[in-house]
Design a protein around this ligand. Structure first.
Ligand code: NAD
Length: 499
């Protein structure tokens, strides 16, 4: 990959020709209805492209294509070592097209291009490569039965996977489904968010060029209530890998019960706690980490540490440090390589965030930094990094996922109260504890009900560890070998042996 500063991104943006049509059976097709929707760039509010508005008929075509590919074994019955080679070529192609994909992502959803390149493209390629590499090293089992039987426990691909993903990390969220699903031998129909449909279409094209047989990976762009609903209700889809809001995750379970009881794996929202004890010996690092993780990706991260739970003895000092960090995240042009905070995904998301800021003030929290729309003259959708102090646990901004650059500081008096506040949420995606007392750090980490708990760290992980939530943050796990469990069936073959 090139260095971001070596590229004239504005010039490249003018030359970009995004793919805009449904990708089915290895070919780009218009939506059956012939309809399109406008894909708007949040950088400046400009229409980037008209994209095929996929609907139920397109989903039918894509699922039929995926099913045929699965049944004839063009991918599902390849030796794992062959699937490995193709997935590795696919990952290499993603890296080779990294500049184009990064630019597409930035124009489509507003994140700084340096992060699209260094984080999104890199993590997408790494994920595909990792599952490719892994799949010919995964062994099945033989059960410890009596000698008169041989019981084989095999993992088989589930069949047709529907992947429905959000807009905040469009490529990475898609890769977290595609990596394990394709490695295990499934066929996939991917429905990207209508707010960020472009990178998925290009990636699918690269997959086929890299050797994934046509029909194995299909992409249908379109609205959630149209293409998404049709996919989740489809009688010939075996499993849905969903990432998105808890509200829509609930709908996924309804769709399954109204159709074929397909398996639903939900990766949903969060309201993660960042708990700082006064015995932690490097408050500067803690504050920098909190601000960096909260404002990264414009605060549009499911695992953003949006509740800063800090001991009252150090709260004043800690808030001052957070406020001092905020200007470094001032929103700027996402195509400028020095920018660290870009645009929110669309006008609607910006208005939602501004409404929460207003509610925070009206309910009595003190806005210590930010709180305003930024760069209105750009035509795009930017909000200042915002810190609220004096937040109480019953306030709306302490309870609801905002999905924007808004941090709530909540004070506690003792360890028990800190744990109660951290766990006092319907979500359970991530949490962290900051303490230099090893007993306390372990004690609190054990008590926190979240899929990932960091100690003296936040948001550090890699593809080797599972990612997902407790409670209403979802079920199942993306990443690591555990993700293979979502896209495989366990089959027992019991063989009687003549003794
Ligand atoms: P969303 O739930 O609105 O949409 C997610 C996807 O579902 C999109 O593709 C959308 O088109 C589709 N969809 C919407 N309504 C649908 C319906 N009725 N039927 C079928 N499909 C439908 O979420 P979003 O706004 O795109 O993403 C933000 C949310 O995603 C946040 O809550 C965030 O926390 C969550 N998220 C979670 C994780 C995780 O791993 N847990 C990762 C990233 C984002």
């Amino acid at each position: 990959m090139n260095k971001p500063e070596s590229i004239d991104w504005v010039r490249q943006a003018a030359l970009l020709k995004p793919r805009t049509r449904c990708f089915i059976e290895g070919r780009f097709l218009d939506a059956a209805s012939g309809e399109t929707f406008a894909c708007v760039s949040p950088i400046d509010g400009r229409v980037l492209a008209q994209v095929a508005r996929g609907g139920a008929r397109d989903i039918d075509r894509a699922v039929a294509s995926a099913r045929a590919a699965f049944e004839d074994g063009r991918w599902s019955r390849l030796p794992p070592a062959q699937r490995k080679c193709v997935l590795q070529a696919f990952a290499a192609s993603i890296l080779a097209h990294g500049d184009e994909l990064a630019l597409t992502e930035t124009l489509d959803m507003g994140k700084p291009v340096r992060f699209s390149l260094a984080v999104d493209v890199a993590a997408t390629a790494r994920c595909i490569n990792w599952y490719g590499e892994a799949i010919d090293k995964v062994y099945d089992e033989i059960a410890p039965t009596a000698p008169s039987a041989l019981a084989l426990i095999r993992r088989e691909p589930t069949g047709v996977v529907g992947a429905i993903v959000p807009w905040n990390y469009p490529m990475i969220m898609a890769a977290w489904k595609l990596g394990p699903a394709l490695a295990a031998g499934n066929s996939v129909v991917l429905k990207p968010s209508e707010k960020s449909p472009l990178s998925a279409l290009r990636i699918a094209e690269l997959a086929v060029e890299a050797g994934i047989p046509p029909g194995v990976l299909n992409v249908v762009p379109g609205y959630g209530e149209e293409a998404g609903e049709a996919l989740a209700l489809h009688m010939d889809v075996d499993v849905i890998g969903f990432t998105g809001s808890t509200r829509v995750g609930r709908r996924m379970l309804e769709y399954a019960s109204r159709s074929n009881l397909k398996r639903i794996y939900n990766e949903l929202g969060g309201k993660s706690a960042f708990v700082v004890f006064p015995d932690f010996d490097d408050l500067d690092r803690a504050a920098k980490t909190a601000a960096g993780c909260m404002f990264f990706n414009q605060g549009e991260s499911c695992n953003a540490p949006s509740r800063l739970v800090v001991h009252e003895a150090i709260a004043e000092e800690f808030v001052q440090r957070l406020v001092a960090e905020a200007p470094a995240f001032a929103p700027a042009d996402p195509l400028d390589v020095n920018t660290v905070m870009g645009a929110l995904v669309d006008d609607g998301q910006m208005k939602t965030v501004m409404r929460y800021i207003d509610v925070g003030s009206r309910e009595g929290a003190r806005c210590a930094a930010g709180g305003r729309r930024a760069r209105p003259d750009s035509g795009g959708y930017y909000v200042e990094p915002t810190v609220f102090d004096g937040v109480r646990t019953d306030m709306t901004i302490a309870r609801e996922e905002i999905f924007g650059p808004v941090l709530s500081v909540i004070r506690f008096r003792d360890e028990a109260e800190a744990i109660a506040i951290a766990n006092g949420t319907t979500y359970g995606l991530q949490a962290s504890v900051w303490s230099s007392n090893i007993d306390r750090a372990h004690r609190v980490a054990r008590s926190l009900r979240a899929g990932t708990v960091h100690v003296n760290e936040y948001d550090e992980d890699d593809i080797t560890v599972p990612f997902g939530g407790y409670k209403q943050s979802g079920n199942g796990r993306d990443k690591s070998l555990h993700a293979l469990e979502k896209y495989t069936e366990l089959k027992t073959t019991w063989i009687r042996l003549q003794m």
